[in-house]
Design a protein around this ligand. Structure first.
Ligand code: HEM
Length: 247
């Protein structure tokens, strides 16, 4: 049995492990290369950027789902929450990568984009399933956000409300680290949306999106800062200091 495993592992190569043939065959441009290689290559760049975003989104969503489950888990609250913090911090870093993926697309020459854009038909980032799932995990800043509810559940198990966590800060340990990591994730998400809007205004100006929305105005309305309740509560310590301040 051990020998069989060893044999399999020594047979394994970089390209078979990562399924490179499949991976590198997935960038199918629609603009004919025979018409203009530069335009086809620009479309390739556009596809790679989107596919990279979706791959990183897959990891981010999985990390956040596990973090949510660990924070919700009633057994071993301290251990579960610490693993949750680690995952939240990783997701925050990955959102930074996602942000870069959008910024790099600003190097897409407009003259090339206008030529291949008609080939996109009605395909639009607004149809991204994974982005929708991410929104459900993070958005609203109210108790409807799945991660915020998990944070509350973890804090409650330790006898704390969200207000207590903000007031106590580092003194309350785990829940404070969860709150900090949540805000990092929320800010990363918000930064992605702002960078995406910046890209869109450069690339399509006031034109409609391929998904049929007004484009710029629509995206502007969709920029939200997740975990609004938590942000509100972070204002409280200022009020408390002011109330006890001699000046
Ligand atoms: C030249 C580059 C890009 C342009 C011109 C562009 C344009 C747009 C427009 C106009 C919309 C509004 C919906 C519509 O009517 O189509 C949209 C939404 C969206 N796009 Fe892009 N996009 C670009 C790059 C990207 C990239 C790299 C991603 C990464 C996956 C992405 C993901 C999304 C998502 C998730 C939405 C929905 C956002 C929300 O609901 O808040 N887009 N995009």
């Amino acid at each position: 049995m051990t020998e069989a495993v060893t044999e399999t592992i020594t047979d394994l190569t970089y390209s078979t492990y990562l399924q490179m043939d499949t991976l590198l065959s997935l960038q199918q441009t629609r603009f004919p290369e025979s018409t203009d290689r530069s335009v086809a290559l620009a479309e390739h760049f556009f596809i790679v950027a989107h596919q990279s975003c979706e791959l990183w989104l897959k990891q981010i969503v999985a990390d956040l789902r596990l973090a949510r489950d660990l924070l919700n888990a009633p057994g071993d609250p301290a251990g579960g929450a610490e693993d949750g913090v680690e995952l939240l911090q990783r997701a925050a870093e990955l959102l930074r990568v996602l942000h870069e993926q959008v910024i790099v697309l600003e190097r897409l020459p407009l003259r090339h984009f206008v030529r291949f854009r008609p080939y996109l038909g009605t395909a639009s980032g607004a149809q991204s399933q994974q982005f929708r799932v991410l929104g459900r995990l993070l958005e609203d800043g109210t108790e409807t956000s799945e991660l915020y509810r998990a944070f509350l559940a973890d804090a409650h198990r330790q006898g704390l409300s969200a207000a207590d966590v903000c007031r106590l800060g580092v003194a309350c340990g785990g829940p404070h680290r969860v709150a900090e990591a949540l805000l990092d994730v929320g800010n990363g998400y918000w930064r992605w949306k702002v960078a995406h809007l910046g890209l869109v205004t450069k690339m399509v100006g006031g034109q409609q999106g391929t998904g049929g929305t007004s484009g710029e105005d629509y995206l502007l309305r969709r920029i939200t800062l997740p975990f609004r309740d938590l942000r509100q509560l972070r204002g409280n310590p200022h009020t408390e200091v002011l109330a006890t301040s001699p000046v």
